[in-house]
Design a protein around this ligand. Structure first.
Ligand SMILES: *Cc1c(COP(=O)(O)O)cnc(C)c1O
Length: 382
C-alpha cells in the first residue's frame, strides 16, 4: 500500500466493508440480479468455427464480454464498486479514465444509482476520445480535464487521487483496473472473476473438459485476471497474457512491462513498470488506448515471477491484423485491446492439435475503434 498517510483510513475502511459485503448474501444477490438484468450476464462462450478452420489448429472459443452493456468488461467492476460505495454511505463517485471506457462505465452506474459523478481525464485524451466525453456528459457526469504533464491517463490518476484525499468522507474512487493500492487490485479482480467462473462452467458443459490455453490482453490486468483466476489451481490450463508491443520493444514505443520493464512503485502499487535508470516513468505507446499504461497490476507481477502465467506481446500491426481477421471471418468487430489477444491466438492455434481448446477473452467490442482502424488499415485520415 504505497499511498499517502491520508488515504490509509479510507483504504482500510474499504477493505473492511468489502470483507463484510463479500460474506453478505444480500449483497451478492443484488449484484447478481443487476449483472443479469442490467449488464447482460452470463455472456456467451462462442465457438468460433470459421476462425478455427481458417487457422487450422486448436478449437477456439470467444468469451463474449463485448456483448455487455457499454460494450466491454469494465462494467462488471464499476457495478460492483458502486454497490460497495452505497454500503459505505458515499454519495459522490470519482474515477479516472484514459480512452473513456472506464469513465463511461462509471458514469453509467452512477446514473443508475443517482450519485454525483466526476471523471478525471487528460485534456489530450478528451480531444482524442470526444465521443466518450459526450457519452459521459449525457449520463450526467462532470468530465474534468487534466492539463498536467502529458495530459493523459497517468496524470488523470494523480488528479483523482488528489480529489480522493481531499473529499474522502463522502466520496468513493472507482478505480478502473486491477491496479493501485490494496485492496483495489483484489476487489477489481473479484468483480471480474465472474468471467472465468462462467467460462469454466460453459466449457465443461460444451466440451466436457477444461481448456488447454486461456488468452487475454493485459492493460492494467482486469479482464485477464478475471478470466484466469478461477483456473489458477488447474495445472493443465496454460495461460497467456498479451501486452501492447506498440511499434516494437524500444523505450517509449510500447507498453509491454515484462519486456524492458523493471520493479518499481507507481500510483499506490509496487509492480513491474516502464521506467528509466533514474526511476522516471517512461512514455508508452499503443494503438489501443486501453493498454497504454506504464504499470501492470501487482498480481500479474506475482504470476509472472511464479511462472504461472506467460506474458507475450503483440505489436500494433499484429493487433490490427487480428482485428481485421475476426471481423471478416466471424462477423465480430473486436476492440483493439482484445485484438492483441487475438494476435496471440493467431500465433498459437496453428501449432496446436485439432482437439486442443483455446479460450480467448473478447474483452470489448470494436465500434469505438473503427475510425482508428481505418486510419491504419485503409490509409484514411480521420
Ligand atoms: C480497458 C480495456 C482493456 C484493458 O484493461 P484491463 O484492465 O487490462 O482489462 C482491455 N479491453 C478493453 C475492451 C478495455 O476497454
Amino acid at each position: 500500500m504505497f499511498v499517502p498517510e491520508t488515504l490509509m483510513a479510507a483504504l482500510t475502511e474499504l477493505a473492511d466493508e468489502y470483507a463484510r459485503a463479500k460474506a453478505d448474501p444480500a449483497f451478492q444477490a443484488e449484484l447478481d440480479g443487476l449483472l443479469r438484468d442490467y449488464v447482460g450476464r452470463p455472456t456467451p462462450l462462442y465457438f468460433a468455427e470459421g476462425w478455427t478452420q481458417k487457422l487450422g489448429g486448436a478449437r477456439i472459443y470467444l468469451k463474449r464480454e463485448d456483448l455487455l452493456h457499454t460494450g466491454a468488461h469494465k462494467i462488471n467492476n464499476a457495478l460492483g464498486q458502486i454497490l460497495l460505495a452505497k454500503r459505505l454511505g458515499k454519495t459522490r463517485i470519482i474515477a479516472e479514465t484514459g480512452a473513456g471506457q472506464h469513465g463511461v462505465a462509471t458514469a453509467t452506474v452512477a446514473a443508475r444509482f443517482g450519485m454525483e459523478c466526476v471523471i478525471y481525464m487528460g485534456a489530450v485524451d478528451m480531444e482524442r476520445q470526444y465521443l466518450n466525453v459526450v457519452r459521459m456528459r449525457l449520463l450526467g457526469a462532470e468530465v474534468r480535464p487534466v492539463h498536467a504533464g502529458q495530459a493523459t491517463l497517468k496524470e488523470a490518476v494523480n488528479e483523482a487521487m488528489r480529489d480522493w484525499v481531499t473529499n474522502v468522507q463522502g466520496t468513493h474512487y472507482i478505480l478502473g483496473s486491477a491496479l493501485g493500492s490494496h485492496p483495489f487490485p483484489m476487489i477489481v479482480r473479484d468483480f471480474h472473476r465472474v468471467i472465468g467462473v462462467e467460462a469454466r462452467r460453459q466449457i465443461l458443459e460444451r466440451e466436457g473438459r477444461l481448456p488447454d490455453v486461456l488468452v487475454a490482453c493485459v492493460g492494467g490486468g482486469s479482464n485477464s485476471i478475471g478470466l484466469f483466476h478461477p483456473f489458477i489451481d488447474d495445472p493443465s490450463v496454460r495461460m497467456v497474457g498479451v501486452e501492447a508491443g506498440g511499434h516494437g520493444i524500444l523505450p517509449g514505443e510500447h507498453a509491454a512491462r515484462f519486456q524492458g520493464g523493471r520493479l518499481g512503485v507507481l500510483q499506490g502499487t509496487k509492480t513491474w513498470l516502464l521506467a528509466n535508470e533514474d526511476g522516471q516513468i517512461e512514455l508508452t505507446h499503443s494503438v489501443s488506448a486501453g493498454l497504454d499504461y506504464a504499470a501492470i497490476g501487482p498480481e500479474h507481477a506475482w504470476l509472472h515471477d511464479q511462472g504461472r502465467v506467460v506474458y507475450r506481446y503483440a505489436t500494433d500491426s499484429e493487433a490490427l491484423e487480428g482485428f481485421s481477421e475476426l471481423s471478416a471471418v466471424e462477423g465480430i468487430i473486436p476492440a483493439l485491446e482484445s485484438s492483441h489477444a487475438l494476435a496471440e491466438v493467431r500465433k498459437l492455434a496453428p501449432s496446436m492439435a485439432k482437439d486442443e481448446i483455446i479460450i480467448v477473452n473478447l474483452s470489448g467490442r470494436g465500434d469505438k475503434d473503427v475510425a482508428q482502424a481505418a486510419k491504419f488499415l485503409l490509409g484514411e485520415d480521420s
